[in-house]
Ligand binder design. Structure first.
Ligand SMILES: [Zn+2]
Length: 349
């Protein structure tokens, strides 16, 4: 019998010392493990003094990690001790089993960490669904609470910091996200995109050597003030984005030159489709940039004619105020692309 009990403890509590399993009781759904602590006394959590003066004892029923698809509930007999230290504000205290229980905890430590891991991977709703499949019915808010209670991970001091904005409401409210570019992990969120907030954040991290940012003036100012030692670089996404937009715009401006250069390969127009009149619009349909500009121009003007203010139009379309103003000021979408070209044109315009 002794040998069987010993094996049971090793089986059920491999990493917990000083525990005795008194009995195991099971039915179709649930396994009940009757156990108790075997130490001679316990240390007071208030003052650390050791005590073996038992005041009373009672049963706790912390839920444990499931076993073979069955829910496991421990039935732990825990003792309440009197603190021997007369100066201690705690007169009595309840023993905890290290690695298994915590004060007021309704779950064992291993079930807590399992559910927290599920929550980290899947968050609330999906986490709760998977936990139910695993035999631990739990609410989604409990899953989130367990994730929330995890200690913050240690973040190594970043060397290369990426700065960009994020929207909590597009066109209305923006914050700042800071990313460790070397580990590609977000490090922090700032509630606004003010130069002063970024400067204060960077000033606390003198190890920053490179700031990777877009060309927004508030970030330029904030990064220069907060990390004067750092090199500033434009981030790759914005470089490609700006380059592709500029290239698209420029190609659209020079469409006629392209057409003039390739007369031989141009296909004859089908007879029943009227050819677009190049004198009214130099843009063909089906051109991504042109179509997008036309659609946005139409949307802005429709809202303006319906009596919406610029501010309201901006909110409805999720555009920046500056963009809305530019579209509203242009009578036709063509005006938006046919801005003066800096260098000499390549051919007849
Ligand atoms: Zn004490």
């Amino acid at each position: 019998m002794e040998e069987v009990a010993l094996r049971l403890e090793e089986l059920l509590f491999p990493s917990v010392a000083d525990i005795a399993v008194l009995s195991v009781d099971m039915n179709i759904e649930i396994v009940r493990v009757d156990a108790q602590c075997t130490t001679f006394g316990a240390a007071c959590p208030g003052c650390g003094a050791w005590s073996n003066r038992v005041h009373s004892s009672y049963l706790r029923f912390p839920a444990d990690a499931p076993s073979a698809g069955r829910r496991v509930v421990l039935q732990l007999r825990v003792r309440r001790f009197r603190c021997r230290n007369t100066m201690c504000p705690r007169r009595t205290f309840v023993e905890q089993i290290p690695g298994l229980t915590r004060r007021y905890g309704q779950r064992t430590e291993r079930l807590r960490s399992t559910l927290a891991a599920v929550g980290l991977a899947l968050a609330g709703r999906a986490g709760a669904r998977l936990a139910a499949v695993l035999g631990v019915p739990v609410s989604r808010s409990t899953v989130l609470r367990l994730v929330d209670a995890l200690p913050d991970p240690e973040v190594p001091a970043p060397r290369v910091v990426g700065v960009d904005e994020y929207a909590t409401r597009k066109g209305r409210h923006y914050g700042t996200v800071l990313v460790d570019v070397e580990t590609r992990r977000p490090i922090d969120l700032l509630p606004d995109r003010e130069a002063s907030s970024l400067a204060a954040w960077l000033a606390q991290r003198p190890g920053v050597e490179v700031v990777c940012r877009d060309r927004a003036p508030f970030y330029a100012e904030g990064a220069a003030a907060g990390a004067p030692q750092a090199v500033h670089v434009a981030d790759r996404w914005h470089l490609w984005h700006n380059l592709s937009e500029a290239a698209e715009r420029r190609v659209a401006q020079h469409r006629r030159c392209l057409r003039a250069l390739t007369p031989a390969v141009s296909q004859p127009e089908p007879e029943n489709v009227p050819a677009p009149d190049p004198s009214t619009s130099p843009w063909p349909t089906g051109h991504r940039f042109a179509d997008r500009t036309r659609a946005r121009h139409t949307a802005v003007h429709a809202l303006r004619e319906a009596g919406h203010s610029l501010r309201s139009t901006q909110r409805k379309l999720g555009m920046s105020w500056h963009t809305v103003k530019r579209f509203a000021d242009a009578a036709t979408p063509e005006e938006l692309v046919h801005r003066p070209v800096a260098e000499p044109a390549l051919g007849p315009r």
